[in-house]
Design a protein around this ligand. Structure first.
Ligand code: KG4
Ligand code: ZN
Length: 348
């Protein structure tokens, strides 16, 4: 048995300050997430300066707590993984500086991780405490994998042929799926972040009440969510002008149904086309219950969806991706800089 590699991971790319401790890229010992949602809700979205300031205030405590929950000290850590990008520059540097300080003080390697690759690797993570024997641990995703990455900033279909091997098949031409949930929620007067609000409201609504449009695109693996957003806006205005009460739950349910069905059916079609037997769904929108049901409710493909707490931003996923990067020989230097724009397709 090789010696286990204990990884301390740090994530601060947007509005979550997070730290986690993992062993060998899959077994999660602790995951601490300090969310800033309440701070940003008053602005209806993430306010960059407020985010970076809050990261500075919370990061030390978050890292300390992650180590304590894993019953470790910095002396027990073998590798530091940190989100290098994409994300907000001022937020990223807070995590990077903390990671560099620990790596330098301990004389251990540092790996800068792409946040999107992190979301993908969230599907490899399992809670170390929950599985007693090696036989019981959840099966690893098998390649080739067809991945749907749907978050607040990205919506992409990716063919993954092996560890760290990505082929971008299609992406959104306008809004990301999570962004569409957030914008539609705002139109309906539902609180930020929109994903969970829409989901909650949709539970009391009729998904067939409204028929919202689906985009037709040249590349069948691309997405577009601006048309459906505009259709919701028109519907809302129609009710306002008529002085009628807005059927919020019905609109939320109909929007959610169309968005989820578009995401799921394109993923299934791409998997068939490219011969992938397994699917991976990740990113904040994969927390959506209707989306999870659309994927788990079919038997044609084996589906890997991260546990609920690892769908939205967290550090466990950064540790998992960092492990596979480290095993592939990647090392970052202490002059590692934030990459606010860093598409997955540019990763070698
Ligand atoms: O991955 P994530 O935490 O941050 C980014 O990297 O963007 O994703 C955040 C996005 C937000 O747009 C949020 O509305 C959406 O994920 N989201 C959801 C749900 N939970 C979070 N969308 C739909 N249903 C949900 N339950
Ligand atoms: Zn994210």
């Amino acid at each position: 048995m090789p010696v286990p590699l204990r990884i301390l991971a740090i994530e601060s790319s947007c509005d979550e300050t997070a730290a986690a401790v993992l062993e060998n890229g899959r077994a999660l010992h602790s995951s601490v997430i300090a969310t800033q949602i309440d701070l940003h809700a008053q602005y209806g979205g993430v306010f960059p300066e407020v985010a970076s300031r809050q990261h500075i205030l919370t990061i030390y405590g978050v890292v300390d707590q992650a180590l304590k929950q894993a019953h470790m000290t910095p002396q027990d850590v073998d590798l530091v993984a940190v989100t290098q990008g994409p994300g907000l520059a001022g937020s990223l540097v807070v995590g990077l500086n903390m990671a560099k300080a620990i790596a330098q003080a301990r004389g251990i390697p540092l790996v800068g991780v792409n946040h999107l690759e992190g979301h993908i690797y969230s599907a490899w993570v399992y809670d170390a405490d929950r599985y007693g024997s090696a036989d019981a641990i959840p099966a690893e995703p098998q390649f080739p994998l067809l991945a749907l990455l749907a978050s607040g900033g990205h919506t992409e279909l990716i063919l993954i042929s092996g560890h760290l091997q990505y082929q971008l098949l299609g992406r959104t031409q306008d809004d990301a799926a999570g962004e569409a949930f957030d914008k539609v929620a705002r139109l309906l007067g539902l609180p930020y972040p929109g994903g969970p609000s829409i989901q909650k409201s949709a539970e009391g609504g009729d998904p067939d009440a409204f028929k919202f449009p689906r985009a037709r695109l040249d590349n069948p693996w691309d997405f577009s969510f601006s048309g459906i957003k505009t259709a919701v806006l028109r519907t809302v205005k129609g009710y306002e002008e008529a002085g009628k009460a807005l059927p919020v739950a019905d609109i939320a349910a109909s929007f959610q149904y169309t968005a989820v069905d578009t995401l799921a059916s394109k993923t299934f079609a791409a998997a068939r086309h490219f011969g992938a037997k397994q699917l991976l769904v990740a990113g904040g929108v994969s927390a959506n219950r209707a989306l999870r049901a659309a994927f788990t409710g079919q038997t044609e493909f084996t589906v890997h969806i991260p546990q609920f707490s690892l769908c939205t931003d967290n550090a466990a996923m950064i540790g998992a991706a960092g492990y596979y990067r480290f095993m592939a020989g990647q090392r970052s230097q202490l002059d590692l800089d934030a990459l606010p724009v860093w598409p997955l397709s540019s990763l070698a």
